[in-house]
Design a protein around this ligand. Structure first.
Ligand code: NCD
Length: 337
């Protein structure tokens, strides 16, 4: 059985199906705390250092919120320019120092494999919050949690899933990590819709095909959306040589209600790691989809808190102590039950 306690979480390749089931089960146990039905201060006094060297809203804030919800303290550093990395300090040295101030570290960095490099210098667990175009393991886990919970409405599971990934599949780290996780399940059909220049890297496709899954690679949206899940993504402008180059690919696969009605099935669930690019030239998911029950994007973002709480509990070895540290909520809350 995979050991979480004291270990880094750097890549989805670390996980087998058993480890994933464990993470997803503990994530579900976090619901009453996230929904403010109860408090759990099992991490009272622990310190998370959130180091975000690239733009982030959801990942950064939900890591912090997840840690706070378990009773821990959060310190945050945003932007390399505000740190000694801009004075020439190595990631190893920064890790040696910051890990001395922390119980756990969450980190995002624009360079592939930089979080692993940092982890080599850290004496405490490091969780990868996205390393360039490489991986985003916690997003993939929350995506899987979302797929599982959305599919229960239709009596379906992750095995035999028919999923369409759409957009910038070359640079999108979330679709890289998610595809690798899906390769662990059975009989998944994955359709990959992207402009030809932004296709999914070969190694990700071969991970899926070697595991016996059906992969369809196409640049056509029409005829390829009659699936269980559409996973839309953003053109990753920051990974292109220039803004103009990214511009060439914006808006190719805009999805709105009309296209949804025309091409999707009644039960097709729409996901997106967010942020959706809502500028008119991109309009990845039109706001006219907002009243669609099957638009899961905000439930998906909310699930990020549950999954990150579970990962902190596992990494710090308190996953079996939650009930002992429960308290009642004393304030008014508008959260739905
Ligand atoms: C994604 C990321 O940073 O890779 N966002 C996120 O963490 N939810 C996707 C993106 O920025 O397009």
């Amino acid at each position: 059985m995979m050991k979480f306690q004291g270990n880094h979480i750097l890549s989805v390749s670390q996980f087998d199906r058993e480890a994933i089931s464990r993470i997803l089960a503990i994530s579900a146990q976090m619901t009453p705390y996230a929904m403010r039905q109860k408090r759990c201060h099992v991490l009272d006094g622990a310190i998370l250092n959130n180091l975000f060297f690239e733009a982030s809203t959801r990942t950064r804030v939900s890591f912090g919120t997840a840690f706070n919800l378990l009773g821990g303290f959060v310190r945050e550093t945003v932007g390399q320019e505000n740190t000694s990395l801009s004075k020439g300090e190595s990631l190893f040295d920064t890790a040696q120092v910051i890990s001395g101030y922390s119980d756990v570290i969450a980190m995002r960095h624009p360079k592939m494999h930089a979080v692993s490099e940092f982890a080599k210098g850290s004496t405490v667990p490091v969780i990868n919050g996205g390393d360039g175009a490489n991986e985003h393991p916690t997003q993939a886990l929350l995506d899987l949690f979302t797929i599982q919970s959305e599919m229960t409405r239709f009596n379906k599971g992750i095995d035999k899933l028919n999923i369409t990934l759409m957009g910038d599949l070359k640079h999108g780290r979330t679709v890289h990590s998610l595809s690798k996780l899906l390769s662990l399940y059975n009989d998944v059909k994955i359709t990959m819709i992207s402009p030809k220049a932004l296709q999914m890297p070969d190694n990700v496709i071969s991970t899926l095909t070697n595991a016996g899954h059906e992969v369809i690679v196409t640049d056509e949206m029409e005829g390829n959306l009659a699936c269980d899940i559409i996973y839309q993504t953003r053109i990753q402008q920051e990974r292109f040589a220039s803004k103009d180059e990214a511009e060439l690919y914006r808006g190719h696969f805009s999805l709105n209600k009309e296209a949804y009605k025309q091409y999707c099935q009644d039960h097709t669930v729409i996901m997106h790691p967010l942020p959706r690019d809502s500028r008119p030239e991109a309009n990845e998911l039109d706001i006219d989809l907002n009243d669609l029950d099957n638009l899961a994007i905000f439930r998906q973002a909310q699930n990020g808190v549950l999954v990150r709480m579970a990962l902190f509990a596992l990494t710090l070895g308190v996953e079996d102590k939650l009930l002992q540290h429960e308290k009642t909520i004393t304030w008014h809350t508008n959260k739905t039950k």
